[in-house]
Design a protein around this ligand. Structure first.
Ligand SMILES: [Ca+2]
Ligand SMILES: [Ca+2]
Ligand SMILES: [Ca+2]
Ligand SMILES: [Ca+2]
Length: 471
């Protein structure tokens, strides 16, 4: 939580210095609901490009050794289960460096509910679990990978040592860096309570960093279930300006195009990557959780002039049943002002979503090319039970958009929008369309009857307008 909190505070500092400006009117005669694209949100969509990256630095790393600095004026940490050098729960793993039951250094070593673990997802190693250690600095693919002293080197080798359908763990050493590795379709875990886990180990407080030139995992039409990805930094290096292999267009992220259930991505930092979850053909995604991640700076070259050829967003979903998007930071997806041809367009958003039983709460949603969240459906009865709660939206030209594109009735139902803050929507106006709308509800008259919007809830906006009804 500290890492995310630090980033959060940094963002508040940035936004705190911004001047309230650019609250221009919003009457553009043209289509405006963001997107008029032809790519439907139906499940058989074609692959959408995922993009990559920008900033290459990793998180702030604090001193993690066991000897507190003598010149520190901070209070030494309290000795607790997760920093006492003892395997308190006798599972063979000691303290936060190795025991995945530790939410932080002040915790106990057993895994509890998220409510008991400061909101984090923690894990107990099963009696039948295989745990594989992977280190780019210490590893050797001729090792057995079974201990921190005998790690393998490549992620692919690590993946070859766990078993499909098992409650196995691949742990990447914190602070290490891999480049050009990916896992293809990867595997499934045992069940919802016993997933396949990719997480981390070691003394460093830097996340393990994987520099991608392809999707880290690409279901590619198949179904994979019960997989948790926790605490990784993923960056698409062909989109890092200045990288030797920069091209501004290729890269990767997560391409969950296929189906499966109980997939978790938590505590990761995705830079220049897109997270796609798109049901395909006979497969369907259910119970997908995206929590406490930073998803930032996805873009693609050649998007100027409202070019719809490329649609880089931070996250794209299509026909997911049961989607939780919680406590994340989505920042500056869809464009990159440091790349001349990577313009903001009406087609690119922080989140571009289609789902049932959707919960989006506690997120910071900042500086989208167009919309912070765009909800898309073209089918009557398609998107039911949507909750948008306690999010902070800032900048972008539209905070939350629901509807548009087509005019089928009743595409969205049981919609609740409450306790959000919309701040300085339209501040930077990157698309030059002069919009500053906190909410844009278009062509969804049926859905509007079901929206719980103002009433006792608070939706505050420091800048911008709301627009309801048909265009
Ligand atoms: Ca301990
Ligand atoms: Ca332990
Ligand atoms: Ca714990
Ligand atoms: Ca434990």
């Amino acid at each position: 939580m500290n890492r995310v909190f630090i980033i959060f505070m940094g963002m508040l500092t940035i936004f705190g210095t911004a001047v309230l400006a650019g609250c221009s009117g919003s009457n553009d005669s043209e289509n405006d609901q963001g997107d008029t694209d032809s790519d439907t949100s139906s499940g058989t969509d074609t692959y959408r490009d995922t993009d990559l990256d920008v900033d290459s630095d990793s998180d702030s790393g604090s001193d993690s050794d066991s000897n507190p600095d003598s010149d520190s004026d901070t209070v030494p940490p309290t000795v607790s289960d997760c920093n006492d050098g003892i395997d308190n729960d006798s599972d063979g793993y000691t303290d936060w460096q190795n025991d995945l039951g530790c939410a932080n250094a002040d915790d106990d070593e057993t895994s509890g509910s998220r409510e008991m673990e400061e909101g984090f997802t923690t894990f107990d190693i099963g009696a039948d679990s295989t745990v594989i250690y992977v280190s780019s600095t210490d590893g050797d693919d001729d090792n057995d990978g079974l201990t921190p002293d005998t790690p393998v080197k490549t992620i692919a080798k690590g993946a070859s040592l766990v078993t499909d359908g098992h409650n196995d763990f691949i742990l990447l050493k914190r602070g290490d860096v891999w480049r050009g590795e990916s896992l293809g379709r990867f595997l499934s875990g045992q069940d919802a309570e016993h997933p396949m886990v990719i997480a981390s180990y070691g003394d460093s407080t830097e996340l393990p960093r994987v520099e991608l030139d392809n999707n880290f995992i690409d279901h590619n039409g198949q179904a994979r279930s019960f997989v948790s990805i926790v605490g990784l930094e993923l960056v698409a290096y062909p989109k890092i300006v200045g990288d030797d292999n920069y091209d501004g267009s290729t890269g990767g992220g997560f391409r969950y195009v296929g189906g499966g259930s109980d997939l978790l991505i938590e505590g990761c930092r995705l830079t220049h990557c897109e997270l796609t979850v798109q049901s395909y053909d006979v497969n369907h995604y259910e119970n997908v959780e995206v929590r406490r991640n930073v998803i930032e700076m996805n873009y693609h070259i050649d998007t100027c002039g409202q070019n719809a050829t490329y649609r880089p967003s931070g996250m794209y979903t299509s026909h997911v049943d049961g989607l939780l998007i919680e406590d994340n930071i989505f920042d500056h997806n869809g464009w990159n002002e440091d790349v001349a041809s990577a313009c903001a367009t009406m087609y690119n958003h922080n989140m571009y979503l289609n789902a049932d039983n959707l919960v989006i709460r506690g997120n910071i949603i900042a500086r989208a090319s167009s919309m912070g969240i765009k909800m898309r459906s073209d089918i009557t009865g398609d998107c039911d039970t949507l909750l948008f709660e306690n999010n902070f939206f800032v900048d972008g030209e539209i905070g939350l958009g629901i509807g548009g594109n087509t005019e089928e009735p009743g595409r969205f139902s049981n919609v609740t929008i409450k306790d959000n803050i919309f701040s300085q929507i339209g501040l930077n106006n990157p698309t030059d369309r002069n919009f500053s709308w906190m909410l844009d509800m278009a062509d969804i008259d049926t859905a509007l009857n079901s929206i719980t919007l103002i009433q006792d809830q608070i939706n505050r906006c420091t800048c911008g307008e709301m627009r309801f009804g048909s265009r």
